[in-house]
Design a binder for this molecule. Structure first.
Ligand code: DC
Length: 247
């Protein structure tokens, strides 16, 4: 959670969408624009998954995984290092920000996040944050389950091929030895689990604005997101006020 400048009147923006759709880029940008907190909720599921693996708990052991999700100390803080991170994540005091992106966590996070008890524990933490702060919250079920009364809801999507292309370039830039086909397969696998699970499946809320980023680069995404948010919000003045820290 990156706290920039808390608004005096609370505003909540829910952004959902599949992996590599551009939702985090858009959310991070809008949080800066509106001077709100930014919370990428995927890191909470990743942090629980990391802790499960760290404690050698079998991912299939739903009872132990759920208990851990209820008890583990997860902190999402403003960046503590200048290494390109948007936030620092600590689990039981240990900086695990980059480890949360490892292939081991990537493989196990979808099954962990499918457990109802895990979702209940993390949803509770997310709602507590939104109760206290203006926030742009990004995830899979924010508009449908976590914050059904959010002021603005966006559902960000892009074709699986384009999302795989983005993730592949990102991984290559970090020097990872992967093929495009492997990345595409991983994206499709996670899409299937995330959208077909029983508990809070990935889907757009009925009142969400659908935002397809397939043909957009980062600059275009941000410009389009700003226009959408401005046009959707009833009180455009309130948003412009937020830009100046008044909302
Ligand atoms: O956005 P991400 O790739 O970091 O998310 C990691 C996993 O967490 C993903 O498989 C779906 C799950 N997730 C979820 O189920 N609900 C959320 N609100 C956020 C993430």
């Amino acid at each position: 959670m990156t706290q920039r400048n808390c608004c005096s009147k609370r505003i909540t923006i829910a952004i959902d969408g599949p992996a590599a759709s551009g939702k985090s880029t858009i959310g991070y940008y809008l949080a800066g624009y509106l001077a709100c907190l930014y919370l990428d909720t995927g890191v909470l599921y990743r942090a629980v998954t990391w802790a499960v693996q760290d404690q050698d708990i079998p991912v299939e052991d739903e009872t132990r995984v759920t208990r851990l999700a209820e008890e583990v100390n997860i902190e999402v803080l403003p960046p503590t290092e200048s290494d390109g991170r948007q936030y620092t994540v600590r689990v039981a005091g240990q900086d695990v920000t980059w480890e949360l992106r490892s292939p081991q966590v990537e493989r196990a996070v979808s099954p962990v996040s499918a457990y109802r008890g895990v979702r209940a524990a993390l949803t509770h933490r997310m709602r507590e944050i939104a109760r206290q702060h203006s926030v742009v919250m990004v995830g899979r079920d924010i508009g449908t389950v976590v914050l059904p009364d959010a002021n603005i809801k966006l559902f960000v999507d892009a074709s699986a091929e384009e999302r795989a292309r983005r993730r592949y370039l990102e991984l290559k830039q970090k020097g990872k030895d992967v093929t495009y086909e492997e990345v595409l397969k991983g994206i499709r696998r996670r899409d299937t689990i995330d959208s077909q699970r029983e508990a809070a499946p990935l889907r757009a809320a009925a009142d969400a604005i659908l935002f397809d980023t397939t043909a957009l680069d980062i600059e275009e995404m941000m410009a389009a997101a700003t226009r959408l948010v401005k046009s959707k919000h009833d009180r455009i003045g309130a948003i412009e006020g937020a830009e100046h820290g008044q909302v």
